[in-house]
Ligand binder design. Structure first.
Ligand code: DAH
Length: 352
């Protein structure tokens, strides 16, 4: 029995010398120290031995077990160390390699400009009110004082979505943010129909027009509509508000002018120009030699529009405007082509 134990030990140690990776370490452990190993067989056979032999063989078997366990531990450590040394030698880290640039995203220039406009307006007391992009003819035109066949509709070529069976009220993509005026007035009027509250809001959002895409016109663009409705609001309030906005947006020294114009939903109506940033008013290509750049349309809310919104024009008056953030950016940063905005070219977008 003693000889057999010596043999077991010798065979195990010989086999261990060949072991050189973690999988082999585990396989060796199962074979030589596992439950069905020869050595464990000696332990389970102890009961069959004579009383004299049992402690002697028991001790000897134990000594072999302890010796093999110690050898295993040493081997496992050596294998681990070798694996580490190997990976250190092979997987060299070249700290001189240039790093990979992380591409950091940013807000779209239109969003940035929208936020500038809205934060200026917020300082001036205008609350944001958003409304839908898909509209009906009623909201986009009729309530804004464009009757069904009014020629002023030609100013805005329209994407229609559903016309069949809807008579004079097809579903369409809004061509301007002005229908938001009706939604807002009706919303506020509903809170107290006999005495509707005053309104001072900004209506931002995307508008859509069926246009040929050129350097100067796109099929989609943002607008920011302004609307103030209350008692005793006059054209002087409109002028003061627009002048204040222009100075906050384009600088203290920015000069502006009001020009008489026409919109069905305002009376009187005006367009506002700022002095050309590029030539300082002397006349250049950008301002087409006029010295002025148009930035918005505005006017006093037409009585029919107030009525459509639930506000009695004998008691209430109001002003409104509509302006384009992309247009402002083009003027401010001399962007020569509106198609850059939705062209998804990062070389353009990352300049903002
Ligand atoms: N809705 C007009 C447009 O898209 C812009 C506009 C002009 C809005 C005058 C207004 C306004 O509220 O008073 O061209």
């Amino acid at each position: 029995m003693q000889d057999k134990l010596n043999e077991i030990e010798k065979a195990a140690l010989t086999a261990l010398a060949e072991v050189n990776d973690p999988a082999m370490v585990e396989a060796w452990r199962v074979t030589h120290l596992g439950r069905s190993s020869e050595l464990m067989g000696v332990f389970s056979g102890l009961g069959k031995l004579s009383k004299e032999e049992r402690p002697v063989i028991g001790q000897a078997a134990n000594r072999v077990k302890v010796a093999l366990e110690a050898a295993l531990e040493e081997k496992a450590a050596a294998v681990k160390q070798a694996a580490l040394a190997k990976s250190l030698a092979e997987e060299k880290l070249d700290v001189t390699l240039p790093g990979r640039n992380k591409h950091v995203g940013r807000l779209h220039p239109s969003t940035q400009q929208l936020r500038r406009v809205l934060s200026i307006l917020a300082e001036m007391g205008f609350q944001v009110f958003t409304s839908r992009e898909v509209e009906t003819d009623e909201y986009n035109f009729q309530h804004l004082n464009f009757p069904p066949h009014h020629p002023a509709r030609d100013m805005q070529d329209t994407f229609f979505i559903e016309a069949e069976g809807r008579g004079d009220n097809p579903i369409l993509m809004r061509t301007h943010t002005s229908p938001g005026q009706i939604h807002a007035m009706r919303y506020f009027a509903a809170t107290d129909p006999s005495n509707p509250p005053p309104i001072r809001i900004a209506l931002p959002g995307m508008c859509f027009r069926y246009e040929q895409i050129t350097a100067r016109s796109e099929v989609q663009f943002n607008q920011v509509e302004g609307l103030a409705v209350g008692k005793n609001i006059t054209f002087a309030d409109l002028k003061g508000t627009i002048a204040d906005f222009v100075r906050r947006m384009f600088g203290e020294g920015a000069r502006l002018r009001f020009r008489a114009s026409y919109f069905p939903f305002t009376e009187p109506s005006a367009e506002v120009d700022v002095e050309c940033f590029v030539c300082g008013g002397k006349g250049c290509q950008v301002c087409k030699n006029s010295g002025w750049l148009e930035i918005l349309g505005c006017g006093m809310v037409h009585p029919n529009v107030l009525i459509a919104g639930g506000y009695d024009p004998k008691v209430y008056s109001g002003y409104a405007w509509g302006m384009g953030p992309e247009r402002q950016l083009m003027l401010r940063n001399k962007v020569g082509d509106i198609r850059y905005f939705w062209g998804n070219d990062v070389r353009f977008l990352e300049q903002f």
